[in-house]
Design a protein. Structure first.
Length: 232
């Protein structure tokens, strides 16, 4: 019998998933081809949490897997992102207004068309004022790599962005192709400046920050889902 799921919450990085599990003493965690999953009830809705894995390939594949398996009405992605030093503060929660996959290099046709093809904008008119928790609205950049310090000036100039991650662009694009509303909330776990990043060669720093960020996201998740459920 197919599980009936209203919302699927996708978690990418292993540190984010481990931090999430600290708040859900679930009895039945099931395996999937991507990572573990479990179903919990929030606001009288069945919510499936899936560890989708890191990087664009796993993010796109696990999003489509979740859609095909559970037919959720909505997709939510919670997690972390890196921030550009001087443009954003560590600990800020980013509400994605749009996502852009920036590590596409097209040399046969139009470069900008390739970037545009994998860009997604969100209709956030449903978000209440004030929102369920303090957020910074903005663009989330994605690439299959950590933020390179030498790329930051161009990413700011070209996209007006202040944060980047590995997965949100692929999750948003896959949800969009399936006509499923998507909400992406990511906390800034570490900052990168012109020389290096706070978490580079210091994974424990990232793990600690991820734990703090996921705690805040989990705490406010019922309020976000209540508002998101009212969206048409």
């Amino acid at each position: 019998m197919k599980d009936i799921v209203d919302v699927c919450v996708l978690i990418s990085a292993g540190a984010e998933w481990r931090a999430l599990l600290e708040h859900y003493p679930v009895a039945q965690i099931q395996p999937t081809p991507y990572g573990s999953c479990f179903i919990d009830q929030i606001n009288d809705q069945n919510v499936c949490f899936l560890h989708g894995g890191w990087g664009k390939v796993a993010a796109a594949g696990s999003t489509q897997y979740a859609i095909d398996r559970w037919s959720p009405k909505r997709i939510v992605n919670l997690g972390t992102c890196g921030g550009f030093s001087g443009q954003i503060e560590r600990g800020n929660i980013i509400l994605a207004e749009n996502t852009i996959i920036y590590d596409i290099i097209e040399q046969m046709t139009d470069f900008d068309q390739g970037i545009e093809h994998y860009s997604v904008g969100f209709d956030l008119r449903w978000v209440p004022d004030p929102p369920p928790q303090p957020v910074v609205r903005g663009t989330l950049l994605s690439a299959d790599r950590d933020i390179r310090p030498q790329d930051i000036p161009n990413l700011i100039e070209q996209y007006g962005a202040a944060v980047a991650d590995w997965e949100s662009g692929a999750i948003a694009w896959t949800a969009h192709k399936n006509n499923i509303p998507c909400l992406i909330l990511r906390g800034v776990s570490d900052l990168v400046d012109a020389h290096s990043g706070e978490a580079y060669d210091n994974y424990q720093f990232f793990e600690d920050q991820a734990r703090s960020i996921m705690s805040e996201l989990v705490r406010h998740l019922p309020l976000w889902l209540a508002a998101f459920n009212k969206a048409q």
